[in-house]
Design a protein around this ligand. Structure first.
Ligand code: DUC
Ligand code: ZN
Ligand code: ZN
Length: 502
């Protein structure tokens, strides 16, 4: 059979199974050829001894911002992807962001290709952020993008330079449905946020903490209900990104119970961090800016618990980092919101870094133990398998099975990492100058990361040992509907009623 390498002596975890210790993985030409016992080896076969540890599929982080014009001080593809592999992520999907004035999206997509080509340690794809959905773009360019393997878009319901009104959202949903795009939506009510922001500013409340006050849960709640309604009307699958509140999540749950194809994502910051972090510390009150992200961190530990429930009970389809890199100590980064000693939270670039910590932070709570918050298969499903399916990488990424790319994370056996790992900025590989997860302890960390059969991260021997030309652009297929199904009539509609207007 002639495998290039065989991974042996590990416990393979997939989205459905924890296999018995010792099932081997045969790898040939960067792909998994087979799983089995006592696989045939010859003198040339490299044997990778997992030393009894867990083996999980390489992480698939489908929400990262690298090299975007609106966050110029953080990560480009090289530093961002380097950080990804050190944390067990082998595939990222980043954004190509259309500027409102651009009449064509093709130059923008071409530009993001140049920002990534031969500059990425991990495999990558792009979503298009659509801010000017003109008829030409929707009828001529979106089909072209689909052919080119860019099969997902992101829409914003808030942020002045990017937001779309409901009429535009509806047009895009209709086009998305017809073409089969995976449609991501940032759901917050823009007018609620503007009203509160203006009034806070007049009252002199402009320190980072007021960012959380300006975007209450009801803003997420209303927009979530609205986008689900628009998706239901048009029978379009959507994914609501970075969900942070139970009240909004309940709309998703209810829709899923009705078999509507409504997917949802949450992120580490909404499982671990609360709005008190925005107050900064005694030495530097502005340092709360490090945790300014949108939706904002919520106030109550119960809010975190609610997100954990959604993680465990299947409401969330994906667990992404929303890695949004802005350096803190930089006038073009977070300190945009601090001019001449005056704090202005509305000028702070939104987002937190987290592409490297995403997988270890969730793995820390996964396992067979009684106090684990989720099972190991559910961990794999959220961090690799379902994001790959949803974004058109099914059969290639996100699982340990024949035919899939040999993207693997091999962890430490428990006995070799007693005490776990304390997360600190100095151990990370991103281009940002802080981590919001500083000092948190995790029980394990990826020991080795493999991309298409090549070892690219070796924590104890050289760290990042891959090359920045290892990562390849992923021409993706159409995403799958992972939750619910298409073809439901909207509430109160007669069967076939849409045919009058669709
Ligand atoms: N929110 C976003 O919508 N995008 C980037 C980061 C953030 O916090
Ligand atoms: Zn967003
Ligand atoms: Zn984002």
């Amino acid at each position: 059979m002639g495998f290039d390498s065989i991974v042996t002596n590990g416990v393979i975890v997939t989205a459905t199974e924890v296999l018995s210790l010792g099932i081997e993985i045969g790898i040939k030409d960067g792909k998994i050829s087979c799983l089995g016992t006592s696989l045939p080896r010859d003198n040339d076969t490299e044997i990778i001894d997992a030393k009894g540890a867990y083996i999980t599929p390489g992480g698939v982080d489908t929400h990262v911002h690298f090299a975007q014009d609106n966050s110029p001080t953080g990560d480009d593809f090289t530093t961002g992807s380097r950080s990804a592999i050190a944390g067990g992520t082998t595939t990222v999907i980043a954004f190509a962001s259309q500027l409102r004035a651009e009449e064509s999206v093709l130059p923008c997509v071409a530009e993001y290709h140049t920002r990534a080509k031969d500059l990425s340690y991990c495999d990558y794809g792009f979503h298009l952020i659509l801010t000017n959905p003109s008829p030409t773009i929707m009828t001529k360019e979106m089909p072209q993008l689909m052919e080119d393997g860019i099969t997902s878009i992101k829409l914003y319901m808030t942020y002045e330079p990017m937001k779309l009104g409901d009429a535009q959202v509806l047009d895009v949903l209709m086009a998305s449905r017809a073409l089969g795009f995976t449609t991501m939506v940032h759901a917050e009510n823009s007018d609620i946020i503007s009203l509160i922001t203006d009034r806070l500013e007049s009252a002199g409340h402009s320190s980072p903490y007021f960012h959380a006050i300006s975007r209450p849960q009801i803003a997420e709640n209303e927009a979530t209900y609205r986008i689900i309604s628009l998706a239901e009307l048009t029978d379009t699958p959507i994914l609501i990104v970075h969900m942070s509140s139970e009240v909004a999540m309940k709309h998703v749950r209810k829709a899923q119970t009705r078999m509507l194809p409504i997917h949802a994502e949450t992120c580490p910051q909404y499982l671990f961090l609360l709005s008190d972090r925005l107050r900064g510390n005694d030495q530097d009150t502005f340092s709360g800016a490090k945790c300014v992200c949108s939706p904002p961190l919520r106030h109550d530990p119960k809010d975190l618990e609610a997100m954990w429930t959604g993680i465990a009970n299947g409401t969330f389809t994906t667990f992404s980092s929303d890695h949004a890199p802005s350096t803190y100590d930089n006038p073009g980064g977070k300190k945009k919101g601090l001019v001449n000693g005056v704090m202005r939270y509305r000028d702070i670039p939104n987002g937190v870094p987290g592409v490297e910590t995403r997988v270890p932070l969730l793995f820390n709570h996964a396992g067979p133990e009684k106090d684990a918050r989720l099972s190991l298969p559910r961990f794999v499903q959220l961090t690799s398998t379902d994001p790959a399916k949803l974004y058109g990488l099914d059969g290639v990424k996100g699982s340990i099975a024949p035919g899939y790319d040999a993207d693997l994370v091999i962890w430490y056996p428990e006995s070799e990492l007693a005490g776990g790992v304390e997360i600190s900025q100095k151990m990370l590989h991103h281009g940002v100058d802080y981590t919001p997860f500083e000092s948190m302890n995790v029980k394990n960390w990826p020991r080795w990361t493999y991309l298409r059969g090549k070892k690219i991260w070796d924590r104890d021997n050289g760290g990042v040992i891959g090359d920045m030309s290892d990562g390849k652009f992923l021409k993706r297929g159409k995403g799958k509907v992972v939750v619910g199904r298409m073809g439901n009539e909207a509430t109160g509609m007669l069967p076939g009623e849409r045919d009058y207007w669709r």
